[in-house]
Design a protein around this ligand. Sequence first.
Ligand code: NAD
Length: 486
Amino acid sequence: MVSRVIPVEPFDLVIFGGTGDLARRKILPGLFRRFCAGQMPKNSRIIGAARADMDAAAYQAFVGEAISEFGGARTCEDGTLQEFLAQISYQTVDIRGDNGWDMLKADLSGDGRVEAFYFSVGPSLFGDIAERLHRFGMATPDTRIVVEKPFGRDLDTAKALNATLATHFEEGQIYRIDHYLGKETVQNLMAVRFGNVLFEPLWNSQYIDHIQITVAETVGVGGRGEYYDKSGAMRDMVQNHLMQLLCLIAMEPPAKFDPDSVRDEKLKVIRALEPVELHHMVRGQYEADGDEPDYRTAVNDPRSRTESFVAIKAHVSNWRWAGTPIYLRTGKNLVARSSEIAVVFKPLAHSIFSTGEADLPSNVLAIQLQPNEGITMNVTIKEPGPGGMRLVDVPLDMTFAEALGEEGGDPPDAYERLIMDVIRGNQTLFMRGDEVEAAWAWTDPIIEGWQARHDVPKPYEPGSSGPTDSDQLMIRDNRKWREIKV
Ligand code: NAD
């Protein structure tokens, strides 16, 4: 089966921060791949807008280099790169001042096509861009803005940012990025849940013992130490990525697959999250590893109490999930780079086989998001061959990449998909303002509690699965974390 690529309408995309790291690694190579796939029309325009003083030719050279470094394995016909680069221009803009904005406006096509502005700059500049887009006549009712993370650092700052954006744009024009939502498998999770009769009847606390969501990184804070130390794992990962995954796994079936129906259901999940009890959280900081410094040295603060690891036992307080905990875990400098959601079903009520039911492994639906994407369902079957009824636990691969042809096995990167969704005007995979605020309303008291108690994170060995207290969190409940592995 060959997947279909449906081209979007021609568009203008302005990338504020067009010379930055995110633009170089993700946005620009991603756009090129959509161009190669035939999804981005040839008369679309990309305008880089940043502080650096350069002309269109220099920016095109910059984009060409970014593509050769981060372009990915997909092949393109000869000459395609030149065609793509011909659609790119650049405008030097001072986001905090007024220089360059008139020229930027003059550079837009202005023929009624979609105009999208990607805020790929530090969050302190989001408000300035919104205000100047308005003042320089670029904030029309059809304009779309794409806002990167972090969206605030607590409820108050998120509310203030929402209010600033709302001064100039309607909610339907604002696309808040959480790139986890752009992953193929995250959408496949919704297809599996809501497109099959098999799962929904079992999707509740009667059949599901617990859910584990893990986002593990092998890298430490690297050169971002001082920035990271102001946020920590809770703000950097849990409040956005892990909460979004939790919402998708726990939400009620929306009435329709449209942006507000989906986001209404996600919001209800966040609002149903109970405050987390003290003994249901573990924080950690990694130790030194040979020449690699420990967390406190890496962030240049020997007294830092910021967590580089956090594990939480969360409860969604509603009929569906009463009694089924959702365990969240994320950290840096762990044993493997792996993001996974695991839905662990309850043990068999009764085994007819000679093995007791306790010896039969539970069914597990595992959704891998990183580094490889895929969905597997562990089931018990008979071991083939003679020798009586010997049972084995095997994973069923539900990704079906081979059956779905080339794009099924090599789906668009999250950023590619999300940018195309912006152009199509589909907000389903973007966070709504009230969702972000509700997420902060849940995380704020947790962080404030740590600060008030002067909570000291537990040390953990680099290359491990986090502090031993994190294992204890599970052992106390007669459960076990799944192994973090690629
Ligand atoms: P960066 O520091 O590499 O780039 C910043 C860009 O903003 C540069 O192009 C710079 O010229 C421009 N800029 C800064 N101040 C300006 C001003 N006053 N006027 C005009 N231009 C100005 O940052 P980045 O890593 O690309 O991150 C951009 C945004 O994306 C941030 O909000 C970040 O949190 C978010 N983000 C980045 C990554 C990543 O992998 N880099 C991942 C997720 C989210």
